[in-house]
Design a protein around this ligand. Sequence first.
Ligand SMILES: [Zn+2]
Length: 141
Amino acid sequence: MTKHLMVAPALILCCVDYRYIQAIQAFVTSRFGIRRYNVKTDAGATKMLLIGHRAVRAWILQNLQLAYERQGVRRVFLFHHQDCLLYGGSQAFKSLQQEALTHTRHLVKATRLLRSQFQGLRVRAFYAYPARGTILFKAVT
Ligand SMILES: [Zn+2]
């Protein structure tokens, strides 16, 4: 087998929330044609990577480092979602727009953090929300 056929997997970093995981995986496959990916789930997705205890942040980065170094992962997809329990749910915000804005800001920060930590890493971030009986995705980065 030639080396170029051994394409490295991507990595999805998303919340643990059962309402979104399958839709996120289906989205990555349908939108980007990617069928092989690691899935790293944390409550709140990237929230603890940004503001968690130092040991928690280090653990999350160690997971990514392993995928980067040992599997050659160079594409990461970050997902936050509406009504995330680690953010207090939608009721913690004045409006859905305010909620989406908070998640967008965190996704932008997390994208910058990962791009600065891992050379050549392609990072895309999306905000997921329910609409019209399905899950929709808004591109953030
Ligand atoms: Zn969540």
